[in-house]
Ligand binder design. Structure first.
Ligand code: AKB
Length: 313
């Protein structure tokens, strides 16, 4: 049975990943860590951890007897543009510390990359697994450097590093903070609460997206995959759907016919979205470890609205 330490456990992915891992591997085998304390009761072991403190990370991993580290703590794209130096220090410093802990304790390692690792010169349609990566955001620079570092730790030190390039993730549990794809989460909240939404991303801007249950399953499947089948190991393209704002609005209107959509485009986040692909090609993940997403836009919308209505009522 794996013993897993997770950083950024109270973040958008982390808060659901912890529950998923505890249901797969047992509550006591998953240590949640974050820079802030959880608000309510925790479902299992929790420790405070600032990921820029490598010594503390190493001590916690040793004390817990962890054999796997899932490093989720990071600043997202829009927030990273507001404070690039802080983003570099947190995103790269945290990742280096986590990789060093994995090397010191010979642990299996996971960290997510992102569609943000691509840039304006990357092919926009069916973006290949191996292609041009010249991102124009600090987040993208961090993600490309992170992908290369994970490859380096595998080749140089034999660390079992694995990872995916996540698209925008949509969930009714924890809200994202400071991402470019956040509009596709906000819209569901506003649809239920106000029956209308003003999008900060322009009509016609396509981005890849995925519902959180598919993202969590992808992490577990990749970590369990037969290593001899992994040609890429890190930064697999994964996606479940690609849509633009008016298409998600139309999917919501099937359930809330009076739902109104307006636009007030934020130039910073629009600029980031314009630099990213429209639709990435996940065929390497499908071939090498059987990646599969269950939810398309309609299935996700039905589930999101039903779950959010319950949560908000
Ligand atoms: C963001 O918008 O920054 C993230 C991402 C696609 O990595 N959701």
């Amino acid at each position: 049975m794996k013993k897993i330490i997770v950083t950024g456990a109270l973040g958008q992915i982390g808060s659901e990943l912890i529950e998923k891992l505890r249901s797969e591997y047992g509550t006591d085998n998953v240590l949640a860590t974050d820079i802030r304390k959880p608000e309510g009761e925790t479902s299992g072991p929790f420790e405070l951890l600032d990921v820029t403190d490598g010594k503390q990370m190493s001590e916690l991993a040793k004390k817990f007897g962890a054999d796997t580290i899932m490093h989720m703590a990071a600043l997202l794209s829009a927030k990273a543009e507001e404070n690039p130096l802080f983003a570099w220090n947190l995103n790269m410093g945290g990742l280096m510390n986590a990789l060093e802990v994995a090397r010191e304790l010979d642990m299996q390692f996971f960290t997510p990359s992102s569609i943000g690792a691509f840039g304006p010169s990357t092919p926009k349609q069916n973006t290949p697994q191996d292609t041009l990566q010249r991102p124009t955001t600090m987040y993208g620079v961090n993600k490309v450097a992170g992908e290369l570092l994970c490859d380096y730790y595998y080749h140089k030190f034999g660390i079992d590093t694995r990872g995916v390039r996540f698209p925008g993730l949509i969930s009714y549990v924890a809200q994202p903070g400071g991402g470019t794809t956040d509009y596709a989460v906000d819209i569901y909240y506003k649809a239920i609460e106000e029956g209308k939404y003003t999008s900060f991303i322009a009509e016609g801007t396509y981005m890849d997206m995925m519902y959180m249950p598919d993202a969590l399953q992808a992490i577990v499947d990749l970590m369990e995959a037969d290593p001899s089948k992994l040609i890429h190991r890190n930064a697999f393209n994964v996606t479940a759907m690609s849509f633009e704002p008016s298409q998600i609005a139309a999917a919501i209107q099937k359930h809330i016919p009076d739902f109104q959509m307006a636009y007030d485009v934020d130039p910073v986040r629009q600029g980031i979205a314009d630099s990213w692909p429209d639709h990435i090609d996940p065929s390497a993940a499908i071939e090498e470890w059987g990646f599969k997403a269950k939810y398309d836009l309609d299935a996700m919308t039905e589930d999101m609205l039903a779950k959010l209505k319950k949560k908000l009522s």
